[in-house]
Design a binder for this molecule. Structure first.
Ligand code: IFM
Length: 447
């Protein structure tokens, strides 16, 4: 059966998602301060081809035509992030009026085009000035984040009704502070767990601030990257390994937000590396959410492996399956499994898919940019969204990652996720087949 828009509820949101460092460029313009990514990308060997986000998609200058592109695609919502050091160059204190004005224009531009802004406060570009004071390992950063939230809400809160405090705290903590593959490039598990705790504290402190300073119907949420975890076999030790891995990947992030504290089994596995938690913290972190944003890309399959890491397991590279340019398994069914489980276990008031998308090697595409693999990826995942809705789960929207090819962190410009192809020499934008398919899909008149 063909997939059509009218199979979805009329109020279902259709958006695309981006983030500041990945698209804005203008790294040193109009008073912007340095972020940890400005610093990290200058360290040899951190990013493929020594790429950086100084120009990226030049969205800071091309935002109007980029909004026109979204409007032409028929999208009704746009999820973008604010660069903290563009607004507060030192992370705290004096506001950079020119930086804030950029987001003012962006929000007004969206509203003028009948698109709803979803504003993420933190998508990994911490002000370097705060990193110099210890970054997220320093508890004080959580309080600086709440100040930053207040600055944004006071300026934009009359027009912004959807706030996302953090994008993918797993990546901030684990990729940035345990694996060291993202800024600030630290390799220390305790620092990673302390980081996550402070990120969560900052979230809990910001939620009431955003609500108080914004319009009365404001909704506040957070976005997590979650992965359904499957055992490599039915053997009891693999089932237990899957449960442990789920603690590391999912429950460590979900449980505290939903008032359950850190999961006991995972806490014990970390042993002496666990974060320092002050008595009031867990209550602050569990501030009620209006929605949970879920970023879904792939599943993980694990088997028991004594002595491997903190959790005695290893990931299994499933054979004979389709994979993206990142080598991530294409597994659309995982989306339904994941959202069903999250809803059953945590009952979030609303769910949004705040990112879903794929990178495939576009280098061989001809003039018509026929990226069939990416289109099939979107379509297969949208079909799963229908299954989720049939189960009565309050899924309210889908944001495709991403509008534009952009700076893919440690991979630089090598991995392309866009529905729109970007020529990084000329900044020319061209709709790929996946974008044209999305546009045609969205054009079906809503009843
Ligand atoms: O590009 C990233 C994004 O910044 C966060 N979520 C995953 C995407 C693809 O890797």
């Amino acid at each position: 059966m063909p997939l059509t828009r009218d199979q979805f509820p009329p109020q279902f949101r259709w958006g695309s998602a981006t983030s500041s460092y990945q698209i804005e460029g203008a790294a040193h313009e109009d008073g912007k301060g340095l972020s940890i990514w400005d610093t990290f990308t200058r360290q040899p060997g951190t990013v493929k081809n020594a790429d950086h986000g100084d120009v990226a998609c030049d969205h800071y200058h091309r935002w109007e035509s980029d909004l026109d592109l979204m409007q032409d695609l028929g999208l009704d919502s746009y999820r973008f992030s604010v660069s903290w050091p563009r607004v507060l160059p030192w992370g705290t204190g004096k506001v950079n009026a020119k930086g804030l004005a950029f987001y003012d224009r962006l929000v007004d531009g969206l509203l003028a085009r009948d698109m709803t802004p979803f504003v993420t406060l933190y998508h990994w570009d911490l002000p370097q000035a705060l990193q110099d004071r210890g970054g997220w390992v320093n508890r004080d950063t959580a309080f600086r984040f709440a100040e930053y939230a207040e600055v944004l809400a006071r300026q934009l809160g009359d027009r912004v009704g959807h706030w996302i405090t953090h994008n993918e705290p797993f990546c901030t903590a684990i990729m940035g502070h345990q694996e060291g593959v993202h800024a600030p490039g630290i390799r220390d598990t305790h620092a990673a767990l302390q980081t996550l705790h402070h990120v969560y504290l900052s979230h809990g402190l910001a939620v009431p601030v955003l609500r108080e300073q914004s319009r009365t119907d404001t909704q506040v949420g957070i976005t997590l990257s979650l992965h359904p975890v499957y055992p490599a076999s039915d053997a009891p030790e693999d089932l237990q390994a899957a449960h442990r891995h789920d603690g590391f990947r999912n429950r460590w992030y979900l449980d505290p937000l939903f008032g359950q504290g850190y999961p006991q089994d995972t806490w014990e596995s970390y042993g002496p590396l666990v974060p320092h938690v002050q008595p009031e913290d867990l209550g602050i972190i569990a501030a009620p959410l209006d929605f949970l944003g879920v970023n879904y890309y792939f599943r993980e399959t694990v088997k028991h492996a004594p002595g491997q890491g903190h959790f005695d397991l290893e990931e299994v590279h499933v054979q004979g399956v389709k994979r993206t340019h990142f080598d991530w398994e294409v597994y659309p069914e995982g989306l339904t499994d994941l959202l069903t489980r999250v809803y059953e276990d945590y009952q979030p008031a609303r769910l949004l898919i705040t990112e879903n998308g794929s990178t495939f090697d576009d280098s061989a595409l001809d003039e018509k940019l026929m990226d069939h693999d990416r289109q099939q990826f979107f379509e297969a995942h949208l079909r799963e969204c229908l299954k989720v809705l049939e189960r009565g789960i309050p899924l309210e929207g889908y944001f495709a990652w991403s509008l534009l090819d952009n700076f893919e962190w440690a991979e630089g410009y090598d991995k392309r996720f866009g529905m729109v192809h970007v020529d990084f020499e000329t900044q020319e934008r061209r709709l790929k087949y996946s974008g044209r398919w999305f546009r045609d899909f969205l054009r079906v008149p809503v009843p």
